[in-house]
Ligand binder design. Structure first.
Ligand SMILES: Nc1ncnc2c1ncn2[C@@H]1O[C@H](COP(=O)(O)OP(=O)(O)OP(=O)(O)O)[C@@H](O)[C@H]1O
Ligand SMILES: [Mg+2]
Length: 156
């Protein structure tokens, strides 16, 4: 299943993130985020955390690879793979699968994996930079859990 949203400004991105938070708060999700530098991967993650009542300060994990937030409705794991070389990516793929299971929310920035290398239930989120304030968010689901999440998001 696929869903597209145009966010004309940051407030509309926040509103989309609040809907996404309600769509995932009971199940968790694994979200691969694809988009250029400055597209809004971290911005979207921060807003989703806000609506999951995360109280810790949410920052970009570019330097640390992984940030974890345990204070919200469900645990949030936020990866940024930008700094990993090919070898590092290979070793992390198996580990990532564990983060796709259970009632947790995982965001992975720079998750340009091939279809076959991530054979587990997940949402792919492409963020397209249109102009300074405008972004297009395209969600695609791979797997029954993620299909259900997008169905809920469509109704929000
Ligand atoms: N509609 C919008 N949605 C999301 N971000 C927006 C929007 N309009 C402006 N912005 C701004 O775009 C920037 C997005 O930066 P962000 O750090 O989220 O990008 P990123 O995709 O995580 O980049 P990187 O690959 O460097 O980690 C923020 O400064 C944010 O305020
Ligand atoms: Mg980022």
């Amino acid at each position: 299943m696929s869903l597209k949203f145009m966010c004309n400004n940051i407030a509309e991105t926040e509103s989309l993130a609040s809907k996404f938070a309600s769509a995932v708060c009971e199940t968790g999700a694994f979200v691969c985020m694809i988009g250029d530098v400055g597209a809004g991967k971290t911005a979207f993650t921060k807003f989703v955390c806000k609506y999951l009542n995360v109280t810790e300060k949410v920052t970009s994990p570019s330097f640390v690879i992984l940030n974890e937030y345990k204070s919200g409705i469900i645990p949030v794991y936020h990866f940024d793979l930008y700094r990993l070389e090919n070898e590092g990516i290979k070793t992390i793929i198996n580990e990532l699968e564990e983060y796709s299971e259970g009632k947790i929310l995982t965001f992975v920035e720079w998750a340009q994996f091939s279809q076959n290398s991530l054979p587990f239930d997940r949402i792919e989120l492409n963020i397209n930079y249109i102009d300074e304030n405008k972004r297009e968010f395209s969600f695609s689901s791979y797997g029954t859990k993620s299909d259900e999440i997008l169905k809920r998001l469509e109704k929000c």
